[in-house]
Design a protein around this ligand. Sequence first.
Ligand SMILES: Nc1ncnc2c1ncn2[C@@H]1O[C@H](COP(=O)(O)OP(=O)(O)OP(=O)(O)O)[C@@H](O)[C@H]1O
Ligand SMILES: [Mg+2]
Length: 469
Amino acid sequence: MKKYNLLVVDDEREILRSLTLTFAEEYEVFTASSGAEALEILKQRKIALVIADQRMPEMTGAELLEKVFQIDPNIVRIILTGYTDIASLIRAINDGHIYQYITKPWERQELRIIVKRALESYELTLENQRLLNELRVANERLSDENQFLRNEVNKDLQDTDIVGQTPAMQDVFEWVNKVTNNSVTVLLTGETGTGKTLVARHIHQHGLRKDRLFIEQNCGALPENLLESELFGHKRGAFTGAIQDRKGLFEVADGGTLFLDEISEMSSALQVKLLQILQEGRFRRVGENEYRQVDVRIVAATNRDLWTEVQKGRFRMDLYYRVNVFPIHIPPLRKRVKDIPLLADYCLKKHRRKLNSQANSFSDAALQALCRYDYPGNVRELENLIERALILSSGPRIEAGEWLPDLSSNATGMTRLERLQRSEIERLLELHQGDLNRVAQDLGVSRTTVWRRLKDYRSQSDPTFDVSK
Ligand SMILES: Nc1ncnc2c1ncn2[C@@H]1O[C@H](COP(=O)(O)OP(=O)(O)OP(=O)(O)O)[C@@H](O)[C@H]1O
Ligand SMILES: [Mg+2]
């Protein structure tokens, strides 16, 4: 089978015959003796190229080729014309988008070459269109998948309710609301478990960027070089194991939000790179020379006092000012005791289904006990306590019991949780050779909290023990 169908159009039989002879060997040749007849054939056959004589009664070649262009702009259009038809030739070229005009009489071999070249470019055009189309389909699919993944990722984020009615939390809400409608850098501070991660997600979910990605990276979780390539990406071969180019989280989060948790843990080299992103919006992948531009909103968090870190020379002062543009401090749970019943109830509703529990309220005694405790692990600890209570209780109401921290109990009457806390505090105390500040820092609680605990423990086992030293 021949690859291409050609259509030749002329009202002179002689010319039709001659053209058919010229091309019949290589192509399938169709003939028409008028424009109307040619259009009829075009309806039925897939034609790659049309050669039309300009001078025909009723419809000129140029008029015909204009129609051919309308039917399928890819069909190659060649016009045959006498030397004298300059005016109509110009029109043919302008309106009919003619590939080439051939003057009569023509050189047979020359015409063959022209047609051959024209068909080559026809083939390329079709191939291009096919590829473009594939690309478009692939892109659409990718963008669907993207959307899907984004939704999957965001599903986890859906529940970003922040519970709290105390003035302390109202302040937090007020500050949070000030940053949802812009992309200002936010620094969240607060002890462990106070809700920094929750607030970061909330800011993203309720902000301008909610339809883009929210990405979290704990800066204390990876060694420096791994963290660098995680955040900024790398070029293939930048280091052993870099087997291909890789995007970093800044690029992945482009348009969205990057949550940098434990930002104080960043090495000084990475602090420089972060500073550059915050100042100029640009960075370099590891092993690359060119800069890349990104638009990422940064939310950072720390449970250390960043200013102290600056003073100790562990955190760059210039970066401090860039990160600390809009600090939001989340107070520890013991400073908002009135929120405890609300939070307890919220946690109960959050976990009861998953734990297949019947419980839907607390006894008064249980609530009172919950409010008496001081939660060094803050809301996370409260949440854990409630999960535990849901597992241990069987009725519709959670009673005060073994699962609750009981501050009035003495050392021997300690709950398991308290025993765990005590042994952890004592382990750290030994590790840091009695330095209460460092113990407190490791636990993410204040020095006073540690001190109070120790006092309780020691007075229980040794009434003469003095912790005021
Ligand atoms: N105000 C709140 N309302 C509802 N849930 C809360 C609130 N605060 C914290 N939580 C819940 O408590 C748990 C701990 O919070 P989160 O992980 O955000 O703390 P964090 O400050 O990021 O802790 P860390 O410093 O250890 O990373 C989470 O399950 C979170 O959903
Ligand atoms: Mg967190």
